[in-house]
Write a protein that binds this ligand. Structure first.
Ligand code: COA
Length: 185
């Protein structure tokens, strides 16, 4: 599994030593509230199972799940994934940041790095993502990393027993490369 570096972050594989921090951070209701599959309350053992499954899903190149860590002290800040990878075609992006670390630009910084890896190393043509319409912070992260809103799936999700609208967002390799060239040039 790769390790990626950004100015403030290291994105690296999870190990079982991360399990207590994953359970503490992802166990906050605020994380489960706007994600599709994170349970609440977060059961004992779930972090270990998820870490083990992310290892085996990378072996078959289906999912790349990386820990987002502070470069300064290596503390776990969150997680970011490319999942449902179709080799050299497309993948879906997801992420969460522990609540104490929100609003510092970490999701966007990690998002830029994993998009770059997806387009250059995995040779994807498209990366897409979905977020609940009531989660504009995630929409803003997607906008900041160059994704465009592609549509609204009305009442597509059921969260806590209620129907919710879902917004789809995506970026094509060419759009990402044009932006990268503009930044570099
Ligand atoms: C969504 C989430 C990942 C954002 O992480 P983060 O590290 O705080 O994100 P960033 O700091 O990189 O960017 C957040 C942006 O959203 C903006 N924002 C925050 N709350 C907002 C709101 N209510 N309305 C509009 N924009 C908002 C911030 O101002 C910032 O934009 P800016 O840099 O232009 O000011 C984090 O809140 C989280 O983990 N939420 C729970 C899990 C989740 O929803 N994951 C995504 C599932 S699709």
């Amino acid at each position: 599994m790769p390790t990626l570096e950004t100015p403030r972050l290291i994105l690296s594989p999870f190990s079982f030593d991360d399990a207590p921090a994953v359970q503490r951070l992802a166990g906050d209701f605020a994380i489960a509230d706007t994600t599709a599959t994170i349970p609440h309350p977060y059961p004992d053992g779930a972090a270990e199972s998820w870490i083990a499954s992310s290892d085996s899903l990378w072996l078959v190149k289906q999912t790349l799940a990386l820990a987002i860590r502070s470069k300064e002290n290596r503390a776990l800040l969150g997680a970011i994934s490319l999942f449902d990878i179709l080799p050299e075609h497309r993948a879906e992006l997801s992420y969460w940041i522990g609540k104490p670390f929100w609003g510092k630009g970490y999701a966007s910084e990690a998002g830029h790095a994993i998009l770059a890896f997806g387009f250059t190393e995995l040779k994807l043509k498209r990366i897409h993502a979905e977020y609940l319409a009531r989660n504009p912070a995630s929409g803003r992260v997607m906008e900041k990393i160059g994704m465009k809103q592609e549509g609204i799936l009305r009442q597509h999700a059921i969260k806590w027993g209620k129907l919710e609208d879902v917004i789809c967002s995506g970026v094509l390799r060419k759009e990402w490369a044009d932006k990268a060239n503009n930044r570099d040039g």
